[in-house]
Write a protein that binds this ligand. Structure first.
Ligand code: PHE
Length: 447
């Protein structure tokens, strides 16, 4: 995914290679950890509905905008803004995006560490060793979190530093279908259990009274987070793209794949919660569903433990390994953003940049490992508000400084369809007027 040569910018091996890497960045813990948590926090199907709308109306156009900015300039986020305007102010949008990517990396690594922990937890549970199981399933255990964060960060640094093109392409080709098959297998199992239909109804029948400003703010922020927008990741990935590719089509593919995985994850986790309730585990507190945070890590292990031992251990281990892989394809994109910046703008070597930034991020991850309540705060500031602010600034920059017409001529390379005129006009209206208005109003409601 990353260029092997820091001097000459290289391109993705193939169109599929790009799509897999971008989908790899997008699909991750955002879909399987953050999304189901928000669904339960914000009242089920109403959140799902607003999330769908936010993804297509705001997420997709901005994804296309970021890829376009990256491909046109062939630069990192700061360099891209600098290349397109002489003002000294605009590169700060890129800098803010880089800071968000870096800060998201710090807590994401801790959560990703949990996924590795659960691979072993499933194994120990199968063998019947209760003590290590208890440690591994304790999300707040500092030393355990620190150890797995360290492992995860080293893995990320190693991949970013060596810039493996084919490795990620190959891994993704197997991983995505495997993940989808396991998710469907689990859904099939959950649906045979009592209580699951109640969960399905909760997930799929909207109650419009539940739509409020917090729900809309969460759904919009999640649309950015899940598509890796506002963090410069898609600008950076776009900068490695060739003009032969159809940007609009690739962006649509990534959007649908990401949304699909989130939807399927919800289809598994929400009904599984209600099955747990049916089995005597309290999932409601004071009439509302228990706090959604970290839901996946509570519900899924108990689901695996409820199966026959062999099935449970096989499915549990494979699921958490796959989850760890989807997490690593996301963390490499987060680290790649500041690394590309140091290489392009400061002339650093790839190895030095990856190690320095990775170790810095790890230092913060270690602090978070011992204080996991920090995850919620850092996630809110950088993962929701931060990404919304940079996406808003990007729309304004693209609509009024670089101008949508210049962007449209970049999008036209590789598009090759008579539908282009209508498509590009609609896209321009969204980027110039509708999306900045939506993001601006939603951000104001939380101030
Ligand atoms: N999109 C990733 C996920 O859903 C998270 C991410 C955010 C990745 C920002 C890169 C940049 O898990």
């Amino acid at each position: 995914m990353t260029p092997d040569d820091s001097q000459n910018r290289s391109c993705w091996g193939s169109k599929l290679g790009f799509i897999l890497a971008a989908a790899g960045s997008a699909i991750g813990l955002g879909s399987i950890w953050r999304f189901p948590g928000q669904v339960t926090d914000d009242g089920g199907a109403s959140y799902l509905l607003i999330y769908f709308i936010a993804t297509f109306l705001v997420g997709y156009p901005i994804l296309l905008a970021e890829l376009t900015l990256g491909r046109d300039t062939g630069k990192n986020p700061v360099g891209a803004f600098r290349a397109l305007s002489s003002s000294r102010i605009f590169p700060f949008i890129g800098l803010w995006a880089i800071i968000c990517a870096f800060m998201i990396l710090t807590y994401y690594t801790v959560v990703a560490g949990w996924t590795i922990g659960f691979v072993f937890e499933e194994l120990f549970n199968f063998i019947g060793l209760a003590a290590p199981c208890a440690i591994l399933s304790d999300l707040a255990n500092g030393p355990k979190n620190a150890l797995f964060s360290l492992i995860f960060m080293l893995l990320t640094i190693f991949i970013v530093k060596s810039g493996v093109n084919s490795g990620i392409e190959k891994a993704s080709k197997v991983m995505m279908p495997a993940l989808i098959i396991i998710l469907f297998g689990l859904i099939g199992y959950v649906f045979t259990q009592d209580g699951s239909m109640e969960g399905l109804v909760y997930y799929l029948t909207p109650d419009f009274h539940k739509i409020d400003s917090k729900l809309i703010f969460d759904a919009l922020g999640q649309a950015f987070f899940a598509l890796s927008l506002g963090s410069g990741a898609m600008i950076t990935y776009g900068s490695y793209m060739s003009r032969k590719n159809n940007l609009a089509e690739s962006a649509m593919f990534v959007t649908i794949a990401d949304l699909g995985i989130s939807f399927i994850a919800g289809l598994l986790i929400i009904p599984a919660m209600f099955v747990a309730q049916h089995n005597g585990i309290a999932i409601f507190a004071k009439g509302t569903l228990m706090s959604g945070e970290d839901l996946a890590f509570e519900v899924l292990p108990s689901l695996f433990h409820s199966m026959s031992p062999i099935t449970g251990v096989v499915l549990g281990i494979s699921f958490f390994i796959l989850l760890a892989i989807t997490a690593v394809t996301s963390t490499i994109s987060m680290l790649e953003v500041p690394v590309a910046y140091l290489i392009d703008e400061k002339g650093w070597g790839r190895g030095k940049a990856a190690w320095t930034l990775g170790i810095l991020a790890l230092a913060i991850s270690l602090v978070i490992s011992f204080n996991i309540s920090l995850i919620g705060y850092v996630d809110l500031i950088f993962g929701t508000i931060g990404l919304s602010i940079s996406s808003l600034c990007l729309c304004i920059f693209l609509g009024y400084v670089w101008k949508t017409d210049s962007a449209i001529s970049e999008i036209s390379f590789g598009f090759g369809s008579s539908f282009f005129h209508t498509f590009s006009r609609a896209w321009a209206v969204l980027i110039k007027y509708i999306d900045p208005l939506i993001i601006g109003v939603v951000l104001l409601t939380i101030l």
